[in-house]
Structures are given as C-alpha cells and as structure tokens.
Design a protein around this ligand. Structure first.
Ligand code: KG4
Ligand code: ZN
Length: 344
C-alpha cells in the first residue's frame, strides 16, 4: 500500500511516499527557518504563504523520488492537528483536493501521534506494548501504547514544552531561531556544572513535566533578578562572554534532559514494556539521545529515529495513516483542523 503524506502544521512544508506504513520511499522537507529567523519565532501569515508557494514542488519531488505516480497512491494522509490553522489549512486543502480527484481515501493524522510513529520508519517491527515519549516545540508528553492504534496519555507538560524552553533560552543567549540545535551545540562546549538550575519534578509520583521554572532560572542568570518591588528585569547585557554562554547552555541542557529522563525512568518502573518510542524535534538533542541510550542499554528496544524523522516530516504522517487505512477508518472531505492535539 502506497500512502502520500502531507505535513504543513508549522514551518516545514513536507511530503512523503511511504509503503506499507514503514518503508519510506521518499521524504521531502522544505524548511522555512530562514523566513522566520528575523522575527525570532514563527510568523503564522508568513508560514501559510510559504506553504502555499512550496507545497506543489515538494509534493512533485516526493512522487519523483518515491518512484510513484498519482495513480499508484492508495490514500492521501495529512497532518490536520495540532498546528497553526492557516498553515494546516494549506496541507489539508491540498489533501482533500487530491483525495477527491484521485478517488482515494483521505486520512487526517494527529501530528503528535505521528511523532510516535517515527521510530517505526525504515525499521523492523516493534514488540508491544511500548512507552512513547514526544518531545517537541509544542509538546512534552508520555504515552502507553498497547499497539500503534491507541496511545494513552500518561503525563504532559504543565506549562512550556521542552522545545519551547530550548528556543527561549536560545533567544536569551542571542542565538538565532530556531535555537534548540544551537543551544545543543553550544552546550557541548560548556561546563554543565557551572550553574545549578532546577530539575523540575512536579510531584514525584506522577508523570507530568514542567519547564517554566528552569526557563526563568536561566533568564535570571542571564539578566539578573528584578530589584525588590520592581517587575522589570535589569537591561540585557550588551554581550556575553562566549564561555559564560556555553556554561549556561550546558547547565540548562543538563537540567532539561535530566527532567525528561527521570520521568521516563519512573514510567518504565511503573509499566513493564519491551519498547520505548521517542519522537519530536528535541529527540534530535545529543545529550537526550546519549542519556536515553544509556537508560535503555540492553533491556529496552529504544526507537530513537534518525534526525530527519525526529524533526517535522511527512513520512511519519503517511506511516501513521497505514493502520487507519487497514482499519478502513478514513475521513470525509469536511475534515477539520485544530490548534490542539486530540491525544496529548
Ligand atoms: O517536532 P518539531 O520539529 O516541531 C514541533 O512539532 O514542534 O520540534 C521543533 C523543536 C524546536 O523547539 C527546536 O528548537 C527543537 O525541536 N530542536 C531541538 C534540537 N533540534 C530541534 N532542541 C534541542 N536540541 C536539538 N538538537
Ligand atoms: Zn512536530
């Protein structure tokens, strides 16, 4: 079965052709990072316009590289939630038009569920049940999966997502958007014990996360605390010694990764599973990857996707759609979009 996947939820325009749910025939991603960098964040209007301009070339390239024609497709899948509405609408409208014109099923996929599928791409079948961890710019959530079909939410962030904390710390350190990968690189040059940032463990006995306290601690380290009675922070320093920025990045990264790994450990104690599925942009992080690998060692089948499947892509969308297509659970042409995930 060949499924075309489309993904336009945020600032990546992506299309992919995936065979039988796991074999990636093509995965094309056009990133818009350079368009949003001057604004230190994603500008929704710029994002939807860029999706409009890029979707058709990206789609054609995915078919060309995937060696498929429109007539070969068994279904069209699209990420329809969560995301920026104007961005989602570009992919969803294109998917509807293709589904109607080609007479093949339309399958709307939750972007967070798709991140959980990334570890199954171009990889052998997994043993269920699995624990699932999604760490992205919008989500930090743990799931229990009896199968690929039904992720059950175990815990989520109570405030910022970890990727959001990375991006905000990057801005504090004067690094360009999106800053997560740059903080990761800088952290590897610094001393992670220089600052004792808080490792958030809101209630040790639950599996929720919190990153806003850590983010504020970094902010106070960079800018200083507000004077007693004042709400404004001291002015930003004109520049920071490179060594100090690297030490802040390293200390932040130690705390952020420790907060995630401790909760994963807690979940593994509570649920006896043979498999850990990891996905989302922050799963590209070098320290998180290393610490999860140490944690999994020989006792767990750790599915840490290659970097291109950690970041937003359409192969995970097409892959996740396979189970729904097999179940005959396709969507009508009035498929809606939403800013929130249905599962996280
Ligand atoms: O999954 P994703 O591509 O988009 C969302 O669904 O949000 O994740 C993007 C997030 C951004 O916050 C980005 O800074 C972060 O993932 N990210 C990283 C790294 N690579 C991407 N964070 C830390 N270290 C990285 N190497
Ligand atoms: Zn994502």
């Amino acid at each position: 079965m060949l499924i075309l996947g489309l993904e336009t939820s945020c600032d990546e325009t992506a299309a992919a052709v995936v065979q039988d749910g796991t074999r990636v025939r093509s995965s094309i991603v056009a990133s818009q990072h350079e368009l949003h960098a001057p604004y230190a964040g994603v500008v929704p209007e710029i994002a939807s316009r860029a999706h409009l301009e890029r979707l058709l070339p990206v789609l054609r390239e995915s078919l060309r590289i995937g060696g498929a024609s429109f007539d070969d497709l068994d279904a069209v899948a699209v990420g329809h939630r969560p995301g920026l509405i104007g961005s989602l609408l570009v992919g969803v409208s294109a998917a509807k038009a293709l589904s109607w014109r080609l007479g093949v099923p339309l399958i709307g996929i939750d972007h967070v569920a798709a991140h959980l599928h990334a570890g199954l791409l171009d990889a052998p079948p997994v043993r269920w049940p699995a624990l699932g961890l999604v760490v992205s710019g919008g989500h930090t959530s743990l799931f229990l999966l009896e199968s690929a079909r039904q992720p059950r939410l175990l815990g989520r962030t109570l405030d910022d997502a970890v990727g959001e904390a990375y991006d905000k710390v990057a801005t504090m350190l004067g690094l360009a958007h999106p800053g997560g990968p740059k903080v990761d690189r800088l952290a590897n040059e610094g001393n992670d014990r220089t600052f004792d940032f808080p490792i958030a463990l809101p209630q040790r006995d639950n599996l929720d996360f919190s990153f806003s306290g850590l983010k504020t601690a970094v902010l106070y380290t960079v800018r200083g605390r507000p004077a007693p009675g004042a709400s404004a922070l001291p002015p930003a320093p004109p520049s920071m010694a490179p060594g100090r920025a690297a030490d802040i990045a390293a200390s932040f990264q130690r705390a952020a990764v420790a907060a995630i790994v401790r909760k994963v450990r807690l979940a593994l104690d509570a649920f006896d599973v043979p498999t850990l599925l990891v996905g989302g942009g922050v799963s590209a992080n070098s320290r998180l990857r290393r610490e999860l690998e140490e944690l999994a060692a020989d006792r767990l089948d750790l599915r840490l996707p290659p970097i291109q499947y950690c970041l937003d892509n359409a192969a995970m969308i097409a892959g996740a759609a396979h189970a729904r297509l097999v179940d005959g659970a396709c969507d009508a042409l009035d498929l809606s979009t939403s800013t929130s995930s249905a599962i996280a």
